[in-house]
Write a protein that binds this ligand. Structure first.
Ligand code: ATP
Ligand code: 5RP
Length: 403
């Protein structure tokens, strides 16, 4: 069977190729190398290659507002695939990209078309589509998905400027995370799976205060003002994307403590779309039933206010979904195995894998509640989806249109 090899911008530079700087990558001509037994000759061709073999990039979208746990989720996801994610070696120290063996995570802030001063002058926030270049985002995600390297811009969060671009090579799994992965229909259509982190205002405020006051020295008033200033654009451009997500992780204040205003105990809902190819929603006890479960007792230690799980079918923006909910927090992470053993379709490779992942990252925010648990499970579901997608492609016919 023929295998196609895509050459990156760098290797293409050594042969005569047209450049297309508008797209941010030098690419339309590819060097096509067939390793089939019949023809082992190297041949150069202008080609539109639809390569359905194993070297096609799977694209995952992760949408959320700033400070809503995207980085933490990404660390859990890359850990599921093994290996630590690191910024590109020898590159811009302020790069937003994280690379591991299997995954490359790019931050969509890199597609801001206006820098900090430009936004201020125009009176627009970074959430406003007018401050972002969706044409370039689309062209580059499409190129990476087809196995072509791109020169991706960098938005520098330290200086607020647009830095010179960085070479980004097609990985096995490309995660595009940020404010708008599902905003532009063209980009949305490139996604093999999409996730939305839906953090309620109360919780978002608590997390922002925790981080921006403790770690970034902002005042309470400035944090409040920044959240208020972003709210109209958040409602207009970010929040509506959740209707398109295959999985939504919704984070709300607990219902176990009446009138809780501390925001420490969380109610977390994993909303999973039905009928998504290669994604079978997780269930508790009995698929499709409506179930409430309080696991506290002999096998799970719970202090006040306890833990409550529920599971039921529902509809979400007109789509059929399954919803798994956890309210409360774990006292002892090693006892999570008890909960794990009652969940089905969690896409583990061995008994206790969820618990092992959670214990491995016990220091990450949310490890004692549903945010960490559901992020870990979604990570395992993505691994499963990736493996099924790749398996379905191996053996599929190779199509190449040559001129
Ligand atoms: N599950 C969680 N439970 C409690 N706090 C959390 C959780 N996830 C994130 N946080 C808090 O929110 C802060 C932001 O998290 P993180 O850096 O992962 O978000 P982000 O969306 O990547 O932010 P940004 O886009 O601004 O870089 C963390 O420092 C932490 O204080
Ligand atoms: O919403 C955001 C996504 O992370 C940022 O606020 C946006 O990217 C602008 O960044 P900065 O505040 O560093 O200029």
């Amino acid at each position: 069977m023929a295998i196609c090899t895509f050459y990156t911008v760098q290797s293409l530079n050594s042969i005569s190729t047209p450049t297309n700087t508008h797209l941010g990558f030098h690419q339309k001509q590819l060097l096509f190398y067939s390793t089939s037994k019949k023809s082992s000759r190297r041949q150069s061709t202008t080609a539109t290659i639809t390569c359905s073999a194993e070297n096609k990039t799977v694209v995952i979208g992760l949408a959320a507002d700033s400070g809503c746990g995207k980085s933490t989720f990404m660390r859990r996801l890359t850990s599921v695939f093994g290996g630590a994610a690191e910024p590109p070696k020898g590159g811009n120290p302020d790069s937003n990209t994280l690379i591991s063996d299997m995954t490359t995570v790019i931050c969509l802030d890199d597609y801001h078309s206006l820098d900090r001063t430009g936004r201020k002058k125009k009176g627009v926030t970074a959430l406003d589509p007018r401050a972002n270049n969706f044409d370039l985002m689309y062209e580059q995600v499409k190129a990476l998905k087809s196995g072509i390297a791109v020169e991706k811009p960098i938005y520098n969060h330290v200086t607020g400027l647009l830095d010179p671009p960085e070479l980004t090579k097609p990985p096995k799994i490309l995660v595009i995370e940020g404010l708008h992965p599902m905003y532009d229909e063209r980009v949305r259509d490139l996604l093999d799976f999409s996730i939305y982190l839906d953090i309620s205002n109360e919780v978002k405020f608590a997390w922002k205060i925790q981080r921006d006051m403790a770690e970034r020295g902002h005042s309470l008033e400035s944090i409040k003002a920044s959240i208020e200033a972003r709210k109209p654009d958040f409602d207009a451009y970010i929040d509506p994307q959740k209707q398109y997500a295959d999985a939504v992780i919704e984070v709300l204040p607990t219902q176990l403590i009446p009138d809780d205003n501390e925001g420490k105990v969380l109610r977390v809902r994993l909303i999973m779309k039905e009928g998504v190819k290669y994604f079978n929603p997780v269930y508790l006890f009995d698929e499709g039933s409506t179930i409430g479960w309080i696991p506290c007792g002999r096998k799970l230690t719970c202090s006040y206010p306890g833990i409550k799980f529920s599971y039921s079918p529902d509809t979400y923006y007109g789509n059929e979904v399954s919803v798994l909910e956890m309210d409360g927090q774990f006292d002892r992470l090693d006892e999570l195995i008890y909960v794990e053993s009652h969940l089905s379709n969690i896409s583990t490779k061995f008994y206790g894998e969820v618990t092992q992942q959670m214990l491995k990252h016990a220091d990450f925010p949310g490890s004692n509640n549903g945010t960490g648990l559901f992020q870990t499970i979604v990570g395992l579901k993505i691994r499963d989806l990736y493996e099924q997608l790749i398996a379905s492609k191996v053996g599929a016919p190779l199509e190449a249109t040559r001129s």
